[in-house]
Design a binder for this molecule. Structure first.
Ligand SMILES: *Cc1c(COP(=O)(O)O)cnc(C)c1O
Length: 394
């Protein structure tokens, strides 16, 4: 099988599995216990915190371990909203194509009296920093813009946005789940106040992630209970998962340059090959995108049928995010960059892994071309387009 759905989840690295199993076997104590066995677990936990912090330019006290990216997004946004409300500021700025962990939290806050401005991400899938600046008001308490989009892979001008927010005195959160471990991220240099990350997107285990919160930002608890994580996230820590996450992140950062170079080459080979298919279009900026992300629309077909036939050919891909696949609505991300419903339905996301070969990339290109042609062969929409009853959009 060629696994090309790394934006949905990644396979754990051997080193991360090794860390996790050895801890499950040997260091299973509760880090809050005072005897040696507990304290050993505590040491592992704090070492992981130091490692994770140093890899993103933070200090260990600024890292809270969570159950993943969704929890970190929820806690970051809730915290900024609570701080804002206390100061009479109830306006939040975000973008139209955020992950649902962000968008649904914002929807909930709207019901609690917050006002939300969703910025345009334009045809290329990028937020314009000047538009962030123009949207900031006296009562803005938070700007939350994702680092890299999970469907079309576009990388936002985070440093520029961070600098604007810092200058204006507005908190800046970024959902960096797709970026961490794949492109360089430094919270200090990029003026990031709050950041979310998830281990299973960089070859760590599922169900574990972290929230970075700049020193001095008071976090709101989502989970009340014991005093773990400086009292900001109750519950006995997932020590093996957290340590495996730190192992995976260290590895990903150490190999980032080499991996990104190979992935970019394979990505651009795929983009060039798939662009040859008539009436197709790349979604998102061709350059300012994640090294491993390819996202296309093919006119006249259904993305779901495309996926099933690719599965038969041994290729695991996606038509959008894992969370929306299974629903019949077209992706909110593709609609946000201006794709019309009909076109957005015929989408394909390939998020390739570091081990992909040139032969595999070529096999994907051949397979997609064949399947698209086959599906168009009995698509009523395609027949109408060919008969001139409807104009081609792509
Ligand atoms: C996967 C993902 C999340 C959710 O992370 P989980 O750890 O699965 O909760 C949030 N944001 C983005 C951009 C993602 O890709």
């Amino acid at each position: 099988m060629i696994y090309a759905d790394n934006a949905a989840t990644t396979k754990m690295s051997s080193a991360a599995i090794q860390t996790m199993t050895s801890l499950l076997n040997e260091t299973w104590g509760n880090p809050s216990s005072l005897y040696l066995h507990g304290q050993k677990a505590k040491e592992v936990l704090e070492k992981a915190r130091e490692d994770v912090a140093s890899l993103i330019g933070a200090s260990p006290r600024e890292i809270i371990f969570t159950s993943g990216g969704s929890e970190a997004d929820n806690q970051a946004i809730r915290s900024a909203a609570t701080i804002g409300k206390k100061n009479g500021k109830t306006h939040i700025i975000s973008s139209a194509f955020e992950h649902h962990a962000v968008l649904h939290t914002l929807e909930a806050l709207k019901k609690e009296g917050f006002e939300v401005t969703l910025l345009n991400v334009h045809e290329n899938g990028l937020v314009v920093p000047a538009e962030v600046e123009a949207a900031i008001r006296e009562d803005t308490c938070l700007v939350t813009i994702m680092y890299a989009n999970n469907e079309i892979g576009t990388i936002q001008p985070i440093r520029e946005i961070g600098e604007i927010c810092r200058r204006k005195g507005v908190l800046f959160h970024t959902d960096a789940v797709q970026a961490i471990g794949h492109v360089p991220v430094n919270v200090e240099e990029e003026c990031i106040d709050l950041l979310s990350a998830s281990a299973h997107k960089f070859h760590g285990p599922k169900g574990v992630g972290f929230l970075y919160a700049k020193k001095g930002i008071r976090l709101t608890n989502l989970i009340e209970g014991g005093a773990q994580e400086r009292g900001k996230r109750a519950g006995t820590e997932n020590v093996p998962g957290i340590a495996a996450m730190a192992t995976a992140l260290k590895e990903a950062v150490a190999e980032m340059g080499q991996n990104a170079a190979h992935l970019t080459k394979m990505r651009d080979r795929l983009i060039a090959g798939l662009s040859e298919i008539p009436h197709s279009a790349l979604n998102g900026d061709p350059v300012r995108r994640l090294p491993g992300n390819v996202n296309f629309c093919f006119e006249g077909i259904e993305g779901e049928s495309l996926l099933l036939l690719l599965d038969d050919k041994g290729i695991a891909a996606s038509s959008g995010s894992a969370c929306t696949s299974g629903s019949l609505d077209p992706s909110h991300v593709l609609l946000a960059i201006g794709r019309v419903h009909d076109v957005a339905h015929g989408s394909l996301r390939l998020s390739i892994g570091e081990d992909i070969t040139e032969q595999e990339a070529d096999y994907i290109i051949r397979s997609v071309s064949e399947v698209v042609e086959y599906l168009r062969g009995f698509s009523p929409v395609w027949r109408d387009l060919m008969a001139g009853k409807k104009p081609f959009i792509l």
